[in-house]
Design a protein around this ligand. Sequence first.
Ligand code: NAD
Length: 432
Amino acid sequence: MAMVAKIAPQPVPRIAPREDLNPFRIAQIQFDLAAEYLKLDAGLRQILRTPKRVLEVSIPTKMDNGQVKVFTGYRVQHNVTRGPSKGGLRYHPGVTPDEVKALAMWMTWKTATVNIPFGGGKGGVICDPKRMSKPELERMTRRYTSEILPLIGPEQDIPAPDVYTDSQTMAWMMDTYSMTKGYSTLGVVTGKPVSIGGSEGRKDATARGCLVVVEEACKVKKMSLRGSSVAIQGFGNTGSQVARLFAEKKARVIAISDSRGGVFNSRGIDPLKAMRYKERSGTVVGMPGTSRISNDDLLTMKCDILVPAALENVITLNNADQIKAKIVAEAANGPTTPHADEVLARKGILLLPDILTNAGGVTVSYFEWVQDLQSFFWPVSEVTMKLETVMRQAFHEVHDSMRKHRAHMRTGAYVLAVGRVADATLVRGLFP
Ligand code: NAD
């Protein structure tokens, strides 16, 4: 199929003057820009800009005080044309159906960007996991899993960790699914503990993929990562590993943050000490040898590389003009609005888009799924080598696409990814 080859350079369609922070509408705007470049026909656009399935479930959960609380959860499958849907599960009080739809859609483009045989899906439960005990989280997770059970499975839809979920959450999901089926099904989730079919190298895969993308971007910008100053918003699974890996490359991590605020030291913060401090006190705020800053200060501070690694919509029209980094590497999903994209591009800031930059996680999730299906497990060196190959190739394909279409990196990535999914859709044809 020669869909991508037919593209002629197009002026970017104008987006509405008012900034809309609804993540699903943002995802659709990003898709529409790529659809214009690709000259997709109207029917195909409608198929690709809408989720395939949206399931809302209620999750009655016995709390430790004996009372029952009913949580609301979602599982969205955006697209399964190129393989089973794949995407994380988020526990957060701010989860909305539109957020889950956006995250599912971004997963479709992400798996296509790195060219792995998955579609896109996502799950979320509206809850405040910080105020729940471990037994409460386990009971809620198991009931949620049982409610979405008809939709998930190694050949259908494969969840993984996201914000405020982790390998333990995946172990409970895998066990619940397996007990219901009557046999152990390793490939139903990824990001599991290694003892039950998790992959070596999954824990830092998102960060390692981000590192490869930033290293390649530094070559393009003729910058050295060594000695560069880095500010990281969000010191969770992804952000803390980004800090560790960047520091190993002798970059200077000058600021980190979490939901309670941020800390700064111009001479550099030791990520391992910060991890230990956060483990003990639940936040990075107050870490000895640092001064306190706000999350807003972190985003606009003078640094070479800014890594948003928390939530959506943190770089908007409100602050995009004040961003001073040379590179913005989106480890989080959806941190930058389309309006802010245009401001950053005007300022000459290289934005490395989420669907490329944080795709290391889903890439090693793919490796985990392959290992589970084969019951044959790889050493970490093999996982890392394969991951770096995939990420490096994806970076250059996106960069080539960007240059070819004289667009910015996000559009380059979208044209590549949407083109792949569109090609697959056309060659399969419409059922019935
Ligand atoms: P996590 O729960 O481990 O960490 C989230 C971090 O963000 C925590 O440190 C939290 O304190 C911080 N945070 C929450 N609200 C914040 C706020 N308002 N301001 C600043 N910091 C805040 O989650 P994670 O898995 O590291 O995910 C982070 C981002 O990376 C999300 O956008 C997620 O979708 C994306 N992502 C994660 C993976 C993965 O493998 N875990 C893969 C791809 C993308």
